[in-house]
Write a protein that binds this ligand. Structure first.
Ligand code: NDP
Length: 246
């Protein structure tokens, strides 16, 4: 059963890590991928690589915090490929720290990118998907969306929110407009995510545990599986962590 070929898939945060791996894997499987992030040179290089491998890809610079940028992203996908089959709401930041450190600007950044970014993405594609009476929105949460540890209060808060939003979306849209909703919750994964950490305590801790991290392709394969299932099958939630992660 093949349900990926020629699908138009928008991926936010496609300039590195999980987003980059997802774009490359889906393009290999015949999807038309639309990459978005802020680092344009990265996107340009990844699109070139995909095209050299025979895939179809386009990119646009977009900040998920800007509702306007996200609307432009949806319009760009429609102009390029004529429809929007899947949105992978992947962009995220993780500057974790203890609440007592009062890194208020970083709390705001996590709330803006991880929650509002996801909502801006949903708002940008939902009218088109409703009109099509088909579509698929995949939101990237985290194992931190199920449990809270010291230093992860705000980050976990944003990822719990992503889980609530995905479930709400599923209940509102799946029965009537047939739009599928999938939550992907990765554990430790190789990427550039730890670069967003500024707290010295967390940085020291992270260097000890990051050796456990799995390949971003492990997450990309889960996303590809959810997309490829038949339209009558909603893969609603997948947790993927390193075998050795406690
Ligand atoms: P990376 O840091 O490698 O990727 C994050 C991506 O998000 C980058 O492409 C970055 O691109 C983009 N991004 C950040 N801020 C914005 C913004 N304001 N607008 C648009 N794009 C933005 O990390 P990962 O691949 O690990 O992260 C992907 C997702 O996976 C995140 O939601 C993260 O929370 C989640 N996750 C990751 C885990 C891990 O261990 N790696 C575990 C659990 C969940 P650019 O800077 O070019 O804009």
């Amino acid at each position: 059963m093949e349900n990926t070929k020629n699908k138009v898939v928008i991926i936010t945060g496609a300039s590195s890590g999980i987003g980059e791996a997802t774009a490359k894997l889906l393009a290999e499987k015949g999807a038309k991928v639309v990459l978005a992030a802020r680092r344009e040179e990265r996107l340009q290089a990844i699109v070139k690589e995909i095209e050299q491998e025979g895939g179809q890809a386009a990119y646009i610079k977009a900040d998920v915090v800007s509702a306007e940028d996200m609307q432009k992203l949806a319009q760009f996908a429609l102009k390029q490929y004529g429809r929007i089959d899947v949105l992978v709401n992947n962009a995220g930041v993780m500057p974790v720290s203890r609440l007592n450190e009062q890194r208020v600007a970083e709390w705001d950044q996590m709330i803006d990118v991880n929650i509002k970014g996801v909502l801006n993405g949903i708002a940008a594609v939902l009218p088109t998907m409703r009109e099509q009476q088909s579509g698929h929105i995949i939101n990237i949460s985290s194992v931190a969306g199920y449990e809270v540890n010291p230093t992860s209060a705000v980050y976990s808060g944003t990822k719990f929110a992503v889980r609530a939003i995905s479930e709400g979306l599923r209940k509102e849209e799946s029965p009537s407009s047939h739009i599928r909703s999938t939550l992907i919750a990765p554990g430790m994964t190789e990427s550039e995510l730890l670069n967003t950490v500024t707290s010295p305590e967390v940085k020291a801790m992270a260097s000890h545990i990051s050796g456990l991290a799995i390949s971003p392709y492990s997450i990309a394969r889960a996303i590809a599986y959810a997309i490829n299932e038949p339209d009558d099958t909603g893969v609603n939630e997948i947790v993927i962590r390193p075998t050795a992660q406690p």
